[in-house]
Design a protein around this ligand. Sequence first.
Ligand code: NDP
Length: 334
Amino acid sequence: RQPKDRLGVALVGLGYYSTDLLAPALQQTKNCYLAGIVTGTPSKAEEWKKKYNIPDKNIYNYQTFDQIANNPDIDVVYVVLPPSMHHAYTVRASNAGKHVWCEKPMAMTEQECREMIDACNKNKKKLAIGYRLQHDPNTQEYMRVVNQKLLGKVKQASCGAGYRESRTNHWKQTKELGGGALYDMGVYSIQGARLGTGLEPIAIASAKISTTRPEIYTNIDETTVAKLEFPGGVFANIKTSFGENVNYLNIACEKGEIKMEPFQGYAGVKGSSPLGKINHPYEVPWQQAKQMDDDAMAIMQNKPMLVPGEEGLRDIRIVEAIYKAAASGQRVKL
Ligand code: NDP
């Protein structure tokens, strides 16, 4: 077969993110395009087929999913399902011989993440996690300041990622489907703490879960705060919530502070430091298009993914440790 100049992507799970962000972004991408869909809802299949001109042979449901193995139009399967389903569909997609892009949070446990990485390795397929911010130039700029120590060493950081979630009966409020603020938004504050310090945490010093709506958030977290401990006495306080809007990353360095606010969003990510403003503007859904173009190019050139499975695993390991620290009231070593 001739090498392709664009990869065919199949979106799995046609909910909010696929519908409002990824499919529109795939109309802008240069290195990949929307080739197929996997949906459990026949009416969506009809609608998408017309809207995006998708041939019947590239439309699957969860029962026929594995037949994607025989479809040369599909190079990449993008898993955009509730988090509890990420593991199974990533493993199945790689067994079908497809590269996999998987949305955050990567999976429910470190064990699941390892199995996903192993499956992709065994099948010689690439695995990328949908951390769009790592493809964003504003994020890349604060990371550069930190990693090149342009403001000296990082002393401490704080990061908050949350919004007021008004739905009460969604997978985000359902433990079995992978709900909870820490899995959903907390991974962003963990990313902020890790990328913002340029370090990997060695322990969860403390963590606390709270809720203002106990009738909804009975067995999953609405708000979680945690103190992450890094080597060299560096700490990061993180917060995540389905109860309030928070969106900031502060990084205190020896020679001044980097302040990003909002530090995460589909557009408008910006900040400042003593070195100047950080503000590279773009419009929605440029970020998602950039992410998918970056990842498609890396696959075509057989280069490492910018955000590989190992990166998703690091965060899930921390999520599990934070839940453990909150439940036990004890410091949890990583
Ligand atoms: P939605 O609930 O809007 O959509 C999920 C879709 O998954 C459903 O519409 C459905 O699609 C399919 N599905 C299959 N089985 C189930 C089930 N048992 N319960 C619910 N849905 C099911 O979720 P989102 O689109 O908001 O989120 C999907 C993933 O994308 C999550 O991992 C989320 O964290 C991530 N995400 C990432 C963002 C980012 O910025 N990177 C932003 C938003 C979400 P169908 O009817 O086609 O089968």
